[in-house]
Every structure is written in C-alpha cells, then in structure tokens.
Ligand binder design. Structure first.
Ligand SMILES: Cc1ncc(COP(=O)(O)O)c(C=O)c1O
Length: 452
C-alpha cells in the first residue's frame, strides 16, 4: 500500500489522468458485465412490490372490497379490550379479546405493572442469562410451576417464540414430532426449525396416533406428541388421559399447549391437568402464554427441573433474547395471584360460556365442537357471508372477528366468540338473539347455504 502510494506520488499529472481514465473504463466495463449477467433476474426476486405472495394478498383484499366487504382486521380499540370496547368513539360488546378473566385492565394488575416500572424501569435490556434477572422473573416462574404442579418453569417474551424455540431446540433430525391436525402455527414453526420428521394426526384422534406410533416408533430416536389444552378455532378439549396412556405405552414426550386452557379449565383455572385430574408430571412440556388469561405478554414452559435448566442455559429464544419486561412480568404474576385469591372469576367464566352455548343451541346456531371452554365458534360456512354477518353485528354494536379462508376451510368459516368472566348474561342474551336474527335475514336473502 505504501509502495503503491509512493509510486503514485512519482507520477506526473498527465500519467495520473491516464491512469484514472483507465480505471474508470475498467469499472464501467465491469458494471456492464454484471448488468448483462443480472438482466434476466425477475423483479419478484429482488423487489417486494412484485413479491408473488404480496400480489396475491392485494388481489384478495381487492376482491373483498369489490364485494362491498370492509377489511375486518386491524380495528383500533381506544380503551381496554374487555367485555366492552370502544372503536371510533363508540362502545361495543366485545368478543374479540382473550381477556378471559377480565384481568387486563384490572386495577391491582395495572398497579403491579406500574410499580414494577417505577422500581426496575421499562426494559431489562438484555438476556437474563447474560446480564442478570429481576426477582419478578423467578417469582413468576415459580407461580406458574406451582399453579400447574410442575417442578419448575421458564418464561419467554412471546408465546409463539416459546413453541418455536423450545421445540426447535429440543428436537432434531432423526426425531419425530406428531401433532394434532389443528395445532397452532407456533408448534408447526418449531417442528420446521427442529429438522425432525413431522406427522399430523387427525384432530383429537388418539386411536390414529396410537396406530402411527405402533408402525413408526422404532424408526426414530425421540418422539414428541404435541396437542393443545383447548383448541383455539373450535373450543374443544382433548382426552388428555388417553394421550398420556399412549405416550407411556410408546415411550415418547408429551407437550400440551395451554394458551387457551390455563386460567380457564378446572375449578381453580389450573388448566387441562386440573380438568382431567391427571398427575401433572405425566406431561413433559406444559406450554402456555401469559398474554390471554394472565393479562400480559409472553409464554412459558413448565416441566421437570432438568428440562427447564437445560432450556435456561441453551434455548436460543431465551439466551439470545432480552428478558421479559418488568411490567409484563409483574402483570402476569399479579394475575396469577388474583386468580388464586378470586376463584369466583373462573366459576363466572364457566357459567357465562355455558349460558352462551345453551342460548345458541336454543336458537339452532352451530357451535361446532365447543364444550366447557371460553372459545365458542358460530359456524357460518362461507367466508364472504361470515364477514357480512360480522359487519351486520358491528352495526348492532357487537364486535366479533370472522375466521375465514385460508385460516379455516371456506365451508368452516365462522365467527369466533371469546367469552370473558366479565360478560353479563344480558350481553350474551342480546348477542345470541342478534346473531340468530341477522343470520336468518342472510338466509332469507338466499345468501347463506345453511344446514343445521
Ligand atoms: C394455541 C396457541 N399457542 C400459542 C400462541 C402464541 O401465543 P402468543 O400470542 O402469546 O404469542 C397462541 C396465540 O394465540 C395460541 O392460540
């Protein structure tokens, strides 16, 4: 470099100009060669405006607009999203939140979050492994473990990341993951990340699972069975004792995603384990989120001390990610304390969900497989009509989200109602009557191919 600098310094001004010209010509010819080599790369490979999946999405939205359908997503809620909500300055009866126990917006839970901010700030700014934790983190993990009856627990900053990171990390090529056909996307993503072979078995069908295991178990090292405590599309509950029997017979691991069952199922809201009165140590990985019943944001795995310790020292989504914020940790902890102190919240939730199902049945509405949970679909059976029904309800000040193709099959398009312990019988009565009346109107207009 210094030699070159010396050489250059010995050049005359004419020689320098000639050298510069030569270099520029070389550069221009290189640029032309690269341009010629990349001429035929189509824009969808380097410009997101032409990205085919984006173009499909735009077409879908344009199609909905052409049918007079307003985009039902990304509504702005101007206050607490509970049994009521405020949208565009107007109040609605609300069924679009997972605030099952009414704890998001609860005075004590909010106060705990505010106190945590005052004491610890708004962020822990780094991974707990690398830069240390706050007392709240361990307190929350112990509260979760004790609620479920597990030895220990680990909290992550999102429920989705909990499944991805845990499954993706614990299993690998040569392993098998068997999951329910209706399992949540986060489990599927975890399977993909793991590199394990993935097989889906028909919904809740433990006999099929048993058969697959008789045929396939010996071909793999570790096998994971993944199911949910309450299925988020249908609100139904698997026969957990049967899955435990199968897991023991075939020597596999069993994971239960309790996103929609923790705080909801069982007399004390301890989840599907309490509901079925099983031994909690028979499930290897209890997964759940604190974003629903527990009024916060994040996820957890509860299980034996060995797996929790291993995850805490090695799980990528935990060790390479900042810890849960003080406010979120405190809100989840306060929610669990409140659940224990006020079991009537769970009782009330059960009563409201039961009332909803009974009234729906009286009006011959199709609530599918929902039973004993806080997720109740009303199946409409056509995506466009489902959106139209949700819009009609919106005019009656009822906010409920449509679930349409491709989230579910078109013939299974539905309105999904999430019941909260704070819904009143009057709200539920009004809702069911309005749904039934509006659906009947759509049917009369021959818009809905309806079967009961
Ligand atoms: C069954 C299930 N598992 C995991 C998740 C992800 O949880 P989170 O929203 O807390 O990331 C969800 C979210 O709705 C879910 O329904």
């Amino acid at each position: 470099m210094s030699n070159q600098a010396q050489d250059l310094s010995t050049l005359s001004p004419e020689e320098k100009r000639a050298l510069l010209k030569e270099l520029m010509q070389k550069k221009a010819s290189q640029t032309q060669t690269v341009a010629a080599q990349t001429d035929d790369i189509p824009p969808e490979h380097y410009d997101f405006f032409h990205y085919p999946q984006y173009r499909n999405l735009e077409q879908l939205i344009a199609g909905m607009q052409a049918n007079g359908v307003v985009d039902p997503y990304f509504k702005i809620h101007e206050g607490i999203n509970g049994d009521r909500t405020k949208i565009e300055g107007q109040e609605f009866i609300n069924y679009s939140s997972y605030n099952y126990l009414g704890l998001s917006g609860d005075f004590d839970v909010s106060r705990a979050a505010k106190e945590a901010i005052d004491r610890y700030g708004t962020s822990v700014s780094a991974s707990r492994l690398a830069s240390g934790e706050r007392p709240l983190h361990r307190q929350l993990e112990q509260a979760i473990a004790s609620l479920i009856g597990a030895e220990d627990a680990i909290i992550y900053t999102a429920g989705h990341a909990t499944n991805e990171s845990t499954i993706g990390h614990l299993f690998s090529k040569g392993d098998l993951i068997l999951h329910d056909a209706l399992i949540h996307n986060s489990v599927i993503q975890g399977c993909i990340m793991s590199g394990a072979t993935q097989i889906s078995f028909p919904h809740n069908d433990w006999q099929s699972l048993d058969k697959i295991l008789f045929e396939q178990r010996r071909r793999y090292k570790r096998v994971l069975i993944a199911i949910e405590g309450v299925y988020s599309m249908d609100g139904d509950i698997p026969d957990l004792p049967k899955f435990i029997e199968i897991k023991k017979r075939h020597k596999t691991f069993l994971m239960v995603d309790e996103a929609h069952s923790i705080g909801v199922l069982g007399e004390h809201g301890c989840g599907i384990g309490e509901y079925h009165n099983i031994n909690p140590t028979d499930v290897d990985l209890w997964m759940g989120t604190v974003s629903k019943s527990f009024a916060s944001c994040g996820g957890y795995i509860a299980g034996c001390q060995a797996v929790i310790k291993y995850l805490k020292y090695t799980s990528p989504g935990f060790i390479y990610s900042a810890g849960m914020s003080p406010a979120n940790t405190a809100a989840a902890l306060a929610s669990i304390q409140k659940l224990k102190a006020e079991p009537q919240r769970v009782k009330c939730l059960h009563e409201r969900a039961k009332l909803f199902l009974e009234l729906a049945s009286d009006r011959k509405l199709d609530t599918g497989m929902s039973k004993d949970s806080a997720v109740i679909p009303i199946i409409v059976g056509n995506s466009v009509h489902c959106i139209q029904l949700s819009q009609a309800l919106f005019h009656h000040k009822i906010n409920v989200q449509p679930m349409i193709y491709p989230a579910v099959e078109d013939k299974a398009a539905r309105l999904r109602f999430f019941i909260s312990s704070t819904h009143t019988p009057e709200q539920i009565n009004f809702t069911i009557n309005t749904v039934a009346d509006e659906l009947a109107k759509l049917r009369q207009l021959n818009l809905v191919g309806y079967t009961t």
